[in-house]
Design a protein around this ligand. Structure first.
Ligand SMILES: Cc1cc2nc3c(=O)[nH]c(=O)nc-3n(C[C@H](O)[C@H](O)[C@H](O)COP(=O)(O)OP(=O)(O)OC[C@H]3O[C@@H](n4cnc5c(N)ncnc54)[C@H](O)[C@@H]3O)c2cc1C
Length: 386
């Protein structure tokens, strides 16, 4: 067993950290306040190869492994969780499934522009009445003129208004309810209409959109076999969740860094508050839980990159890391006292941003269902868990 990162992983981690310090951290508070999507950052990340960290070089990526990509997501989210989720969805939920399930032609046509960051990806599964129960989706795809007529509406779609490529799920067989009648499609931006943008608690530098579709797409836009879309979605989320866990670790690390320094500087009752055991224990718990969550992320990433089953470990990583992030960013506010509740320090933003990690790519309740099914040996998924 080797817990050390490889020289390449360390290099990518350091590269991302330097970039985040220079290009993201100084602006994150303003982006949050202004609800600004920092489009220019993605062009710069693309120059560094970080829009396709774990995509093979022959497809325009940096050719690193999945763990290196998790280190990138942790560091980006440490600077700005909105940037973290934009890169996570783009890579885990769009580029990687196209690479995994695409034909040779689809791979060489759609993956390089994504991996090189020329286009941003969006993952369109959720609908008004199909969230955790994603298999209830109603967007339809019917055969027309040798292609597919796709009609319907989706909601909560990250980055839709800036995306060039959509991985979208629609029901191709209206007579097969649930998972069996769903297929996956690759759409361009001009085949999708953005109909709204959510006002959110946090993650304000990312966009979360509703979209509508009524487009005729060519037959070659079907990804994987007809009726296999739900399998594509679930396999995608199995990997995507590890990235959300890495995001949660990054947010909490940022909160911990601020809280630790503050505790050393702030005086009460004639001494730094870091001298009080109550504060020391909070910092000790934070450091311990961050490390535990990070180890779960690394273990799940290692399983995935070695093509080993990672559904259960990925769900555990997301469950633990996201609940840890909500809890410990709250404790960071507590350590800062009144200032923690103000906009003068970024911990209130970390607290708001942390909450979403318990919701998207499967809520904590859904992660518990996934884990319970796995440990009980119940193979079939009762719930779909978007
Ligand atoms: C900021 C943001 C970004 C998002 N980005 C995307 C995206 O890019 N693409 C995309 O497709 N979706 C995206 N989503 C959607 C997200 O994945 C869903 O919101 C999430 O899966 C939960 O679905 P829901 O909101 O419909 O909640 P519901 O499914 O209505 O759940 C409501 C509550 O009921 C619980 N619940 C539901 N079923 C069960 C059950 N069987 N057992 C126990 N409890 C249950 C849930 O855990 C939750 O607590 C995003 C959402 C947000 C807020």
């Amino acid at each position: 067993m080797d817990f050390d990162l490889s020289p390449e992983q360390k290099e990518i981690q350091a590269l991302t950290r330097d970039f985040v310090r220079a290009e993201i951290e100084p602006h994150a508070t303003e982006w949050d306040r202004e609800h600004h999507f920092p489009r220019e950052v993605y062009a710069k990340l693309a120059e560094l190869g970080l829009m396709g960290t774990c995509v093979p070089e022959e497809y325009g990526g940096a050719g690193a492994d999945f763990l290196a990509y998790m280190l990138v997501l942790e560091e980006l989210s440490r600077g700005d969780a909105g940037v973290g989720v934009t890169v996570a969805v783009h890579t885990s939920a769009v580029t990687l499934p196209l690479l995994l399930f695409g034909t040779d032609e689809q791979r060489s046509r759609f993956v390089p522009p994504l991996a090189r960051g020329e286009l941003i990806g969006a993952f369109a599964l959720t609908e008004a009445e199909a969230g955790s129960d994603a298999a209830a989706l109603r967007t339809s795809a019917t055969r027309e003129d040798g292609g597919w007529r796709i009609s319907g509406a989706k909601q909560f779609i990250s980055t839709a208004e800036y995306a060039g490529t959509f991985l979208l799920f629609a029901r191709t067989d209206p007579d097969t309810p649930g998972a069996g009648g769903i297929s996956a499609f690759i759409l361009d931006a001009d085949q999708v209409r953005v109909t709204g943008r959510e006002e959110k608690l946090g993650l304000n530098s990312s966009t979360t959109n509703s979209i509508a579709v009524d487009s005729l797409v060519d037959a070659d836009r079907l990804l994987h076999d007809e009726g296999k879309g739900f399998h594509v979605a679930m396999a995608t989320l199995d990997g995507g969740r590890i990235g959300i866990a890495a995001q949660a670790v990054g947010i909490t690390q940022a909160a911990y860094d601020v809280a630790r320094e503050y505790a050393k500087e702030r005086h009460a009752f004639g001494q730094p508050i870091a001298k009080f055991q109550a504060i020391q224990f909070k910092l000790a718990d934070m450091a311990t839980e961050i490390e535990a969550a990070r180890l779960l992320v690394h273990r799940a990433a290692w399983l995935k990159q070695n093509d080993l089953p990672h559904t259960e470990t990925g769900a555990k990583a997301k469950l633990f890391a996201s609940e840890m992030a909500r809890r410990q960013t709250g404790e960071a506010i507590q350590i800062l006292g009144g200032y923690g509740y103000t906009k003068e320090f970024p911990v209130e933003r970390y607290y708001r941003d942390a909450k979403i990690t318990e919701i998207y790519e499967g809520t904590s309740e859904i992660q518990r269902l996934v884990i319970a099914r796995s440990v009980l040996g119940l193979a079939e998924r009762a719930v779909s868990a978007s």
